[in-house]
Design a binder for this molecule. Structure first.
Ligand code: ADE
Length: 222
């Protein structure tokens, strides 16, 4: 998979994609990630990328030209263009699985007060990572990349995401423990030490349901 990210703050991405699983995925050749500063594409003599809104109002609005030109220079027939804004469709695990099947993602990070509405004419999908407003699309872009890259075949052991929350009937993960058996008077549940795999499986299923009922009852209603 190829991922191109369009931003005015490329340095925010320094290190984020050079650690842990994403670093490994890049080294294995599973993903190529490129960061583009769309200010480099402006034709304005003062390097402007934004201007005041028509009709008045406060703040600055991102202009079409730098973003259109940057997208046009990297887009192919296989590209899916995503705009990150708080007014996009809510991002869910299902979207991660769908996007992980794409060959090329172009992710545009919005900023400041907003962007010229005509930018929407060149995008395929508008995504919000949650019902809150961030200062820009950079952190949401990192969320997208992380959640997608880990699903690419061969990046992590397949079993680990078959078992996780949201995959199996929209249940939250069951609790897990490791050594020592007792820590600050807190004990590992006896059943996990029993070696009885059927009982362990049953315990985990029940715990998943109990946790989901307690924390995310809305998932069970679905
Ligand atoms: N930009 C600002 N807030 C955002 C959000 N919640 N999701 C995606 N992009 C954003």
């Amino acid at each position: 998979m190829k991922i191109d990210i369009l931003t005015l703050f490329p340095e925010m991405f320094t290190n984020v994609f050079d650690e842990s699983i994403i670093k490994r995925a890049k080294e294995m050749g599973k993903v190529q990630i490129q960061i583009h500063n769309f200010r480099d594409y402006t034709t304005d003599s003062h390097n402007k990328v934004d201007d005041t809104p028509y009709g008045g109002g406060c703040g600055m609005v991102l202009m079409c030209q730098p973003i259109f030109d940057c997208v046009e220079s990297i887009k192919t027939d296989e590209s899916k263009v995503i705009l990150l804004t708080p007014s996009g469709v809510p991002y869910k695990q299902k979207n991660c699985y769908d996007l992980a099947k794409e060959k090329h993602l172009i992710i545009i990070c919005g900023h400041y007060e907003g962007f010229d509405e005509r930018i929407r004419s060149i995008i395929d999908m508008e995504i919000s990572i949650g019902d809150y407003v961030l200062t820009g699309g950079e952190i949401p872009a990192m969320v997208l990349v992380d959640s997608i890259v880990r699903l690419l075949p061969g990046v992590i052991k397949d079993q680990s995401h078959i078992e996780e929350s949201f995959q199996d009937n929209m249940l939250l993960d069951y609790p897990t423990y490791t050594k020592p058996r007792v820590y600050k008077n807190m004990e590992v549940p006896e059943v996990l030490l029993s070696g009885d795999h059927k009982k362990i499986e049953e315990y985990r299923k029940n715990e998943s349901i109990r946790k989901t009922k307690e924390i995310r009852p809305d998932l069970l209603e679905k």
